[in-house]
Design a protein around this ligand. Sequence first.
Ligand SMILES: [Fe+2]
Length: 395
Amino acid sequence: MLAWWSFMVTLNTSSLSLNLACLNADRVGLDNNSIAEFHYPWLRDNCHCHECYHPDTHERILVSAEIPFCLRAETAQIEGDWLNVEWNDRGHKSAYQLTWLAEHSYSQSKLVSQNTFLADPAVGEITTWGRELQQNIATFDYAKLYADPSQLLAFCQAIRDYGLCIVRGAPAVEGEIERFAEHIACVRETIYDRLHNVRASPGEYNAYNVASTTLELKPHTDMPNYNNPPGVQMFHFLVNDSIGGESTAVDGARVAEQLKAQDPEAFDLLANTPMCFRMFSDRGDVINSNPLLTLGVDGELRVFRFSNQLAQPVNLPADKMEAFYLAYRKLGRLVEAPENKVEFRLNTGDIMVTNNLRVLHGRNAYDSSTGDRHLQLSYMDFDDVLSRIRMLLKT
Ligand SMILES: [Fe+2]
């Protein structure tokens, strides 16, 4: 009489099926009596023998592209907690722990955008916002972000979930924002200086853009001209003694939601029409075209690009132009809608932090004759802030 476990594996033409019923399937999120199907190239690609995976670096050595197209399992047997497979690929033998297979079963997978089995502690739920956030912007104390890891974690999570927060009490010292960026993650350099000065001082700093004037700055994201714009932007107020110049911010995720609800065709058009942005300095000239609403494969917003000042003349077939400008203006009016905008004054020693992939920032005009206004900016990549969340959660 055959043992019960000999019925666990079935070899098919292009895959094998495994009955995971004995593995306390509930624990790994499977239904009882689950039959998990594993395709041969997937299994071969995930062989963890020392020929295929480096034992120290835990990185794949096997070249996935070299897996034969005619790959088949010659034999597959359960022995103890292991599934042993012998392939028609030069007689290669693979062993898979059954619990690992259960944890990596994709038979019930609905995942597309998060194409991973990793339970990622850095994943969070974003909260979209409008003017109602004005009195509730997450605010942190600079010294505590150095002294208390739980505060630093909350700060990074606020960037992730709201895309806007304020830090009070930073030393009003030149270069401090660069040190702060290194405390959180690492500085993202661009063709602007590693540390970018913003103040109305024609002649002293090269006035590359309207930020270096005293004019109003409409809400915008920085550097949409990069294929990968800097993800996090930090504005450090070394001094703010001018009248005017209040900071503004708009949640692009909220605006995109509104456009999608009000005019789905306009949303789709802006998600599928590239727009050209250009930014230059004496160090470089970066030009790229991407949709204003750059979506992931799941249709979720990945990057909101909006910069009146950096947008280049639109080059589209003539019969597309009218519809594009209609959609573009609708988006722009939602950006400008008072119910979508928060406005607040920042003072010497304050830092405003935004998720530049989502949140637009701006400022009111100011009168430079009434006092100095000098900011220093530094950027980080959003991925590095998520990385910091993972590392803080490990400690
Ligand atoms: Fe800006």
